[in-house]
Write a protein that binds this ligand. Structure first.
Ligand SMILES: Nc1ncnc2c1ncn2[C@@H]1O[C@H](COP(=O)(O)OP(=O)(O)OP(=O)(O)O)[C@@H](O)[C@H]1O
Ligand SMILES: [Mg+2]
Length: 310
């Protein structure tokens, strides 16, 4: 089973505003709400790929209840710790004329230590040897900075395989616990090492260094429209980005992490799940908001992915 953990979830409200202009009156032509937060997005993509996961983490207030209802409706198993503090709402402004998205994100309420203890208690109760736990997104205010280090370490010691998709401090702390897989984008990987990664060679060398220094088996480095490079213990795969009509880049990385977790859990071949992750992430970019694409769309894109072993 795959478990996804979202400690700072959100309702994502995507508003469409043609030619969005800061400092002006902007008219919304349409909007949609989706349950969001990176771990929840991962669960949605796993579901649309035909897999199963349990979405876990912390939810609160009316927005939390809204997210729970959405997950139930989507038939995504869930096991959240419920708190009083209201779950945040994030606004994504999609400018359909210039095809750019502006994110306006709430920080989210600080979290109580008791809630965090309950979350890890439930993860340890659920996740068995060989299961996959995906940690995605930032840790909430009030959480100790080494939270994911502690959690990942405990899980890996129990034989649970962990995936970390986070940035800045959360990534820096988390990698030290030797997760199975990390999925930084090229900027996040550069920040982790304090370097600017302006060539594919540098990206690959950096991925290898992070693996060797921390005991990580797999680094997937996403490069937006330029695709990704996957560095595993056995091989390096380079995949070009698919040429698609971009609607919303929000959740592209989450879709990639989801497809990798799904493929690993399903026992697919390495190159096959790397390929699938390119198709699933491109499909996510073709969708408005943080909706996830249908499996048929992903399958059609999968045929077009150019991937080769370096
Ligand atoms: N414009 C695009 N065209 C085609 N594919 C794209 C585009 N943007 C992203 N992708 C796909 O999505 C993957 C992940 O994108 P990206 O590198 O932007 O992730 P990220 O920065 O982690 O995103 P997120 O905001 O979800 O955290 C890429 O490797 C690529 O396969
Ligand atoms: Mg990302």
């Amino acid at each position: 089973m795959i478990y996804t953990v979202t400690l700072n979830p959100a309702r994502d409200r995507t508003v469409v505003i043609p030619n969005f202009a800061a400092g002006k009156v902007n008219r919304i032509v349409s909007f949609r709400d989706d349950p969001g937060g990176k771990g929840i997005n991962v669960s949605k993509v796993i579901k649309s790929l035909g897999g199963d996961s349990v979405a876990m983490g912390i939810l609160g207030g009316n927005t939390g209840r809204y997210i729970l209802a959405c997950l139930d409706e989507m038939k995504i198993h869930n096991d959240f710790v419920f708190v009083n503090a209201e779950t945040r709402t994030n606004i994504k402004v999609f400018d359909e004329k210039n095809l750019v998205t502006t994110d306006i994100n709430e920080a989210g309420s600080p979290v109580e230590p008791e809630a965090l203890d309950k979350v890890i208690g439930r993860i340890l109760k659920n996740a068995k040897k060989g299961d996959i736990v995906v940690f995605a997104g930032k840790i909430p205010a009030g959480a100790p900075s080494d939270l994911l280090y502690q959690w990942i370490k405990t899980l890996e010691e129990n034989g649970v395989r962990t995936v970390l998709d986070a940035d800045s401090k959360t990534l820096k702390e988390g990698v030290k616990a030797s997760p199975m897989l990390i999925k930084p984008n090229e900027i996040e990987l550069g920040e982790l090492l304090g370097e600017t990664l302006d060539s594919l060679d540098k990206i690959i060398l950096s991925a290898k260094r992070v693996m060797a220094e921390n005991g990580i088996s797999f680094v997937a480095v996403s490069m937006g429209a330029n695709g990704a490079v996957f560095v595993t213990k056995n091989a390096i795969y380079r995949a070009k980005g698919l040429k698609i009509q971009a609607k919303s880049t929000v959740g592209a990385g989450d879709a990639m992490a989801a497809a990798l977790a799904y493929g690993i859990d399903a026992g697919m071949k390495e190159m096959d799940y790397c390929r699938l992750s390119i198709a699933a992430s491109a499909a996510a970019v073709m969708c408005e908001g943080t909706q996830s694409a249908d499996r048929e769309i992903v399958d059609a894109l999968n045929e077009k992915v150019e991937i080769f072993e370096m």
